[in-house]
Design a protein around this ligand. Structure first.
Ligand code: PLP
Length: 445
């Protein structure tokens, strides 16, 4: 399928009618940036209900790792669905769940034996990781990072600190959660420069949190996104994760990597933490794991996953159809797609850096593989956030047939399916170029 191909004004009549029905009956808590009503898709192309085709650089919030409706994933789903849909891995055994646990152990970014707990989503995978860390260490506190996103159920939400709107009205949250500044080199929280950075932001944990707020021997884990996702696609320096690893090891804390968004090949490695030469004790992943079928996992070093029967479980977690989709997804990732993410990602990142030379409004371009952010600013010196301009670019892209999402307050995120071709990446760059140019002119830049 070629894209973009726009046949109607947007939204078209069928899309408008469905959105009106949605407005009457669906929770108003969802954040729809533009009126896309999907009818079908293939690879990185999405068709809406009016026959308009879009190039997809959003992938259902970084989920459709193998592209839309990859035939091998669909075949695995159909095959499993014809056998049985559910049996609950909590109380019974079935091969797809065992097989996927074996696959996770084989691809896990850590040496030694690995065991897997099965959930249905990213937030549940994080909840399981936090519960396991507490259970295993017999400690109560957790350290997380400002700007992080770990999910919206009450435990994960207590760690999430990406936007106030996500927490407002839901307190009190879990006690014993402490937030440290994340290593954002474009906006260094401790005023350092990238070339002389020693990850001094980690000093904040050592010299502030662990001195004034909580004793190190009460901290079960530091939970960190290897690359911050919803917070703005922020890539920390190498030393950041290395210092976190050293700090946790020296105090008997666990290092938990939240790979829900950055995992499953998105960054050009199977897991983003691999870029930093660090091994976590536990990691959570979801999103791209099963190409869009709901599934989340928490994987841990076998000696850490020591909770007894009944300690944690889920009726639907590890659904056999989702597991079959994940097994097919991992096969495709290993065969070609992780490599493609690295290759096309490099091309897309270089193209985005070219755009930065042309458009003053782009203050920073960063990313790894196909996890790329373009941060918009009103002024490159002051780095004042160009929030309205970012929103305008996201909208403009849609009306030109390109699907992108925002991340953080002023960053455009590119998180396409890992099947994206160089030609499609080129098309995405052309549309971004036009959309950024028009939006910047409209804002008087
Ligand atoms: N962790 C990270 C890093 C995420 O990006 C997300 C979702 O965006 C989650 C956890 C929560 O995942 P879910 O929405 O599947 O609950």
């Amino acid at each position: 399928m070629d894209a973009p191909v726009l046949k109607t004004s947007l939204p078209g009549p069928k899309a408008a009618a469905l959105i009106a029905r949605d407005n009457r009956r669906v929770s108003p808590s969802y954040t729809r940036d533009y009126p896309l009503v999907m009818a079908g898709g293939s690879g990185a192309v999405v068709e809406d209900v009016d026959g308009n085709r879009f190039l997809d650089c959003a992938a259902g919030i970084a989920v459709n790792s193998t592209g839309h409706a990859h035939p091998e994933v669909v075949a695995a789903i159909v095959d499993q669905a014809q056998r049985f849909l559910h049996m609950s891995g909590t109380d019974f055994y079935y091969e797809p769940q065992v097989r996927l646990a074996e696959e996770m152990a084989a691809i896990a970014p850590m040496t030694g034996e690995v065991k897997t707990f099965f959930a249905n989503s990213g937030t549940e995978a994080v909840e399981a990781s936090v519960k396991l860390a507490k259970y295993h260490t017999k400690r109560q506190s957790i350290i997380a990072f400002l700007g992080s996103f770990h999910g919206r159920t009450m435990g994960s939400l207590s760690l999430t600190s990406s936007r106030v709107a996500q927490r407002r009205g839901f307190g009190p949250l879990l006690p014993g959660v402490y937030h440290a500044p994340y290593a954002n080199c474009y906006r260094c929280p401790v005023g350092m420069k990238p070339d002389s950075c020693g990850a001094e932001c980690v000093d904040w944990i050592e010299h502030q949190i662990l001195v004034h707020l909580v004793s190190p021997d009460d901290v079960a884990a530091i939970v960190v996104e290897p690359i911050q996702g919803e917070g703005g696609y922020v890539v920390p320096p190498q030393q950041f994760h290395q210092r976190l690893r050293d700090l946790t090891a020296s105090h008997g804390m666990l290092l938990v990597a939240d790979e829900v968004q950055s995992g499953m090949g998105r960054t050009g490695r199977m897991f983003a933490i691999e870029h930093f030469g660090v091994q976590p004790d536990i990691f959570a992943t979801a999103k791209g794991l099963a190409s869009g079928m709901p599934l989340g996992v928490s994987c841990a070093r076998a000696e850490v996953m020591d909770w007894p029967p009944g300690a944690h479980a889920s009726t639907f977690g590890g659904n056999p159809v989702s597991c079959a989709a994940a097994i097919a997804t991992i096969k495709l990732l290993r065969e070609t797609l992780v490599r493609n993410a690295a290759d096309v990602g490099e091309y897309l990142l270089a193209g985005a850096r070219e755009l930065m030379r042309k458009h003053e409004v782009i203050g920073d371009v960063r990313g790894k593989g196909l996890m790329i952010g373009l941060e918009l600013v009103k002024d490159r010196q002051t780095k004042e956030r160009a929030v309205a301009e970012r929103d305008a670019v996201v909208q403009a892209c849609f009306y030109k047939g390109l699907l992108v999402l925002g991340a953080g307050r002023n960053t455009i995120r590119l998180s396409p399916p890992l099947t994206l071709t160089r030609a499609q990446a080129g098309t995405a760059l052309e549309i971004l170029d036009q959309a950024i140019g028009e939006s910047a002119r409209a804002a008087g830049h």
